[in-house]
Design a protein around this ligand. Structure first.
Ligand SMILES: N[C@@H](CCC(=O)N[C@@H](CS)C(=O)NCC(=O)O)C(=O)O
Length: 209
């Protein structure tokens, strides 16, 4: 089954690249130049009408939104490798909830924080009130994650799964943007374990070089 990942360096395509590496799935990578506007070219918009990376094309069928792509990769390749729960396994419910939570709930608070305070956003959009509100919300969400990890080594229990990769990459991006995890000891130690995973590290090293 031919698989192509459309990506850009240091972008939302990273966790998808890490998922493909973790699952050892053969694929090609097409690198877009976002600064040059490759993502707005008609041939790319035909694959991803949202005009962003990542896009995964599987045997000619395109798919967009990183979390959906990773959930599909889990279904198609992760179950047989013991890295994603099967459809009739009740842990699947938790896998879908936590991976979606990362992209819908945690990411939304991240976006609000960045919009209200990032150097890369025009000053007139900044708001200390909104930034504080978003930072408080992120701390509440990290508290929720910390509670989950208080009684397990990994998101679904004793073993590493793709849920750790997806949630871990979202939280790592948060820490990269200055979100503080100091008050969440279980999150801190789990994050270190997730970041030590060879496939996770390898993609980072490739991106940085
Ligand atoms: N919700 C999308 C977000 C993807 C996204 O924000 N991609 C950025 C790079 S990190 C992008 O392609 N930006 C180019 C643009 O918006 O023009 C997903 O998770 O796939």
């Amino acid at each position: 089954m031919p698989i192509t990942l459309y990506a850009a360096p240091m972008s939302s395509a990273i966790p998808v690249a890490q998922t493909l590496a973790e699952l050892d799935v053969r694929h090609e990578v097409v690198t877009l130049d976002l600064a040059a506007g490759d993502q707005r070219k008609p041939e790319y918009l035909a694959l991803n009408p949202n005009g962003q990376v990542p896009t995964l094309v599987v045997d000619g069928t395109p798919m967009f939104e990183a979390v959906a792509i990773m959930q599909w990769l889990g279904d198609r390749f992760g179950v047989e490798r013991g890295l994603w729960p099967a459809a009739d396994d009740l842990q699947r419910l938790e896998a879908l909830s936590w991976t979606t939570w990362t992209y819908v709930t945690f990411s939304a608070a991240m976006k609000r924080m960045l919009l209200a305070s990032s150097d890369r956003v025009p000053q007139e959009l900044h708001s200390e009130v909104h930034a504080k509100h978003a930072r408080d919300e992120l701390q509440r969400l990290l508290g929720m994650l910390n509670e989950r990890l208080a009684s397990r080594d990994y998101m679904l229990g004793k073993e590493y799964t793709l849920v750790d990769l997806v949630v871990g990459s979202g939280v790592s991006y948060g820490t990269f943007c200055g979100v503080c995890v100091d008050d969440h000891a279980h999150v801190q130690s789990w994050l270190r374990r997730v970041q030590e995973r060879p496939s996770y590290k390898r993609v980072w090293v490739e991106q940085a070089s």
